[in-house]
Design a protein around this ligand. Structure first.
Ligand code: PLP
Length: 341
């Protein structure tokens, strides 16, 4: 058996998505004349309680556009030290937005409001000025942990008092929404900009949404073009996004159950280092007592359980999604039990 747990990007589009692609009404989206894209942008904005949204090819481009618009060149932005924006975007913050970064450890992948004030630069001719705080919902490297709403509100208050903005990398925002029962608009309300991915747990082949005020989206649209992300009859892809918003959100609860089943087995295995984060959504990240996660990954893959060793070679990541069945999860738990003991 083969079980794909490397990422929730491995999902394939549903039958309804493929039909929607075929039937999509299209136009030239660089001229904002693709009716399907326009409809996806309107619905995404409404779902997040913001004025406007923008369809972009990837989550990375979405994040990079937001930082470019929100933080002037040479300013400083605050990030948790394992943030996707910092670790996994090929140095885009330096290469594209040309900002300087201030990293903080946080707790369980979450920036703590009480550590934040000291991270802001003082107003001095020698210092860069802090213009943006980035948060990640859910916090991927920490095992898909949810940013509590009160913490987002507190972070936004601290940032606002100091003239800085807040961006939410909401690649897995809807996993947080489904797990917590808190609506997307509530999570989005305190932040100035956000993005979410359609191409992860929601099952689309391509696409992410940038969301914010009308003025912000106007600027983001220009930067999207600058970065080569202006697409033409892209309603064929936006059509999948509309299906995703309509029928792929609630089912994420099932992916969370699958992560729980994996975690139950992993917690009793002798080779697993205690103290790893219990999954709150669809990601399980655990450490190995003896390290060498790359070797463990190889052994798991040989038995058909596809997973990822993390860059530190200490931790293994498993991500559940719509295209792993409960039968496959059961098979994966058998293999994990065998190899982790
Ligand atoms: C996947 C991911 C992104 C980037 O999305 P891509 O579509 O792969 O470029 C950004 N942030 C987080 C937290 C992610 O997991």
């Amino acid at each position: 058996m083969r079980v794909e747990l490397r990422s929730d990007t491995f999902t394939i589009p549903t039958e309804r998505m493929r039909k929607a692609m075929y039937d999509a009404e299209v136009g030239d989206d660089v001229f904002a004349e693709d009716p399907t894209v326009n409809s996806l942008e309107e619905q995404s904005a409404a779902l997040c309680g913001k004025e406007a949204a923008l369809f972009v090819p990837s989550g990375t481009m979405a994040n990079q556009i937001c930082v470019r618009v929100q933080a002037p060149r040479g300013s400083e932005i605050i990030l948790q030290e394992e943030a996707h924006l910092w670790v996994h975007e090929v140095g885009g913050l330096a290469a594209l937005a040309q900002v300087q970064t201030c990293l903080t450890k946080g707790k369980g992948g979450i920036i703590q409001p009480d550590e934040l004030p000291a991270l802001f630069r003082i107003n001095d001719i020698h210092c860069p000025s802090t213009k943006l705080v980035c948060i990640e919902q859910t916090s991927m490297m920490a095992g898909g942990t949810i940013y509590p709403l009160e913490i987002i509100q507190a972070i936004a208050r601290i940032a606002q008092e100091r003239g800085a903005k807040v961006h939410m990398d909401g690649a897995r925002l809807f996993n947080a929404v489904v797990a917590s029962g808190i609506p997307a608009a509530a999570y989005a309300s305190p932040v100035d900009s956000l993005m979410f991915c359609l191409s992860k747990g929601l099952g689309c082949p391509v696409g992410s949404m940038v969301v914010g005020s009308a003025d912000f989206i106007k600027e983001a649209r220009v930067v999207r073009k600058l970065y080569g992300g202006g697409m033409r009859q892209v309603g064929v892809l936006a059509a999948c996004g509309l299906v995703a918003l309509e029928e792929m959100i609630q089912r994420l609860a099932e992916d969370h159950q699958k992560a729980q089943i994996l975690a139950e087995v992993i917690q009793s295995c002798s080779k697993v280092e205690p103290g790893w984060p219990w999954p709150q959504t669809n990601i399980v990240v655990f450490g190995l007592r003896e390290g060498n996660a790359a070797l463990m990954e190889k052994k798991l893959v040989e038995q058909g359980v596809f997973c990822l060793a993390m860059e530190d070679n200490q931790r293994i990541r498993l991500v559940t999604h719509k295209d792993v069945s409960f039968d496959q999860i059961r098979y994966a738990t058998d293999v994990l039990e065998e190899l982790l003991n």
